[in-house]
Design a protein. Structure first.
Length: 95
């Protein structure tokens, strides 16, 4: 059975973002993150880290130079939403 830990979502996102920030800066990406420090959840930290890293890394890779990446966390203890959006225009619906 996977290990379940209490995770502060904003802390995990900031940890994941740190190594991606340099690439985002070099591509002149504008990053607007609204990550609430109080959002905590009990989950498999490693699995969630893999999912979030994939989302943020793809946002950096697929956002055009001088583009924008936006991310936010909303919700409550029972349910939450992590939103990651960018100004990509190269992917089609089937991608």
């Amino acid at each position: 059975m996977p290990q379940v830990d209490e995770v502060v979502l904003a802390d995990l996102l900031e940890e994941i973002w740190a190594p991606l920030a340099e690439e985002a800066d070099s591509r002149k990406l504008v990053c607007d993150f609204q990550w609430d420090n109080t959002m905590r959840l009990r989950t498999n930290r490693a699995a969630l880290r893999t999912i979030l890293k994939n989302l943020l890394k793809n946002a950096v890779i697929y956002t055009p130079v001088d583009g924008t990446i936006e991310s936010s966390i909303t919700g409550s203890i029972e349910s939450w939403v992590i939103r990651v959006a960018n100004t990509d225009t190269t992917l089609s619906e089937t991608d």
